[in-house]
Design a binder for this molecule. Structure first.
Ligand code: ZN
Length: 288
């Protein structure tokens, strides 16, 4: 059974780049006769403006992207993340670290860092050792990918007690039995951490597919940080057409007037993931 998902952090409104990810994962799932889930990754309250999550839900609805099951809110999943951290500590795969960012920038832990499975008296992050070397996997868009495992360890629980993205995403993809993860290529570097956690927590490895990114006029990824424009729900059909064009998909004639639902039906029936470009796409090349 194909189970896909879209999992935004509610740090701001959806923009064309996030719609590209949502639409792609939706069409992958729908064309496979599977389910498409929505998960709100609200695990970092200081970065989440009030009502951002509701604005995302409204925006997805305006664009006709209906999810198959009730929304999973990560803010309700703390006990599952705590259990995963305990499991990692109990098996000696994780350790407590009191280092500051500056300490670690020197390339090693400070002498006073406990690096122990037992919690110290001062606030400590919990880190997991990386696999080391490089990691290879078969990506649904990029083909065979080999990337460095990255730093020697990565955070699964922060000093302030909040759970890290890497941990929450892996625990919840397994919990929701997600079979296929379609996401932006900016997350490619996170994949070794996710594969590592799946291995250590004895969870199944989903299939990954990493999408090209939409770039602004300065060549940067569209994001909240680069002040990407919020999607206008009154232009939903046009927004979807721009994303389909970015994905290299067949489009109905402009005058077809299919509406949002009709356009999604058309796109799902003709979905061809082999046409997705491998290179990032300047937004300016996508006419309205
Ligand atoms: Zn340390």
């Amino acid at each position: 059974m194909y189970v896909g998902r879209f999992a935004p952090s509610p740090t701001g409104p959806l923009h064309l780049g996030s719609l590209l990810t949502a639409l792609s994962s939706y069409l992958f799932a729908r064309s496979a006769g599977g389910e498409w889930l929505l998960r709100i990754e609200d695990i970092d309250p200081p970065r989440e403006p009030p009502d951002a999550a509701l604005a995302i839900l409204d925006s997805l609805q305006a664009h006709g992207l209906e999810h198959s099951r009730p929304v999973l809110w990560q803010s309700t999943r703390g006990s599952a993340y705590a259990a995963a951290v305990q499991q990692l500590l109990a098996t000696g795969q994780a350790f407590h670290c009191t280092c500051s960012r500056q300490d670690l920038a020197a390339g090693q832990h400070a002498g006073r860092c406990p690096r122990s499975i037992h919690p110290p008296s001062e606030p400590a992050a919990v880190r997991v050792r990386s696999a080391g070397g490089s990691i290879s996997f078969d990506d649904g868009i990029l083909g065979r990918v080999t990337i460095p495992a990255g730093e020697d360890s990565f955070v699964v629980q922060r000093k302030d007690g909040l759970y890290a993205y890497h941990l929450a995403v892996v625990v919840d993809d397994a919990f929701q039995e997600v079979s296929d993860i379609v996401r932006g290529r900016d997350l490619l570097d996170s994949t070794p951490c996710h594969l590592r956690l799946q291995e250590l927590l004895d969870l199944p490895r989903p299939q990954y597919a990493h999408l090209p990114l939409l770039l602004n006029d300065d060549g940067h990824k569209l994001s909240k940080q680069t002040h990407a424009t919020a999607l206008d729900p009154d232009r939903a059909e046009s927004n979807l057409r721009r994303c389909l064009r970015a994905l290299g998909q067949e489009l109905p004639p402009d005058e077809a007037g299919l509406g949002v639902a009709g356009l999604l039906d058309f796109a799902a029936a003709r979905w061809d993931s082999t046409r997705i470009p491998r290179n990032d796409i300047p937004e300016a090349t996508l006419p309205f």
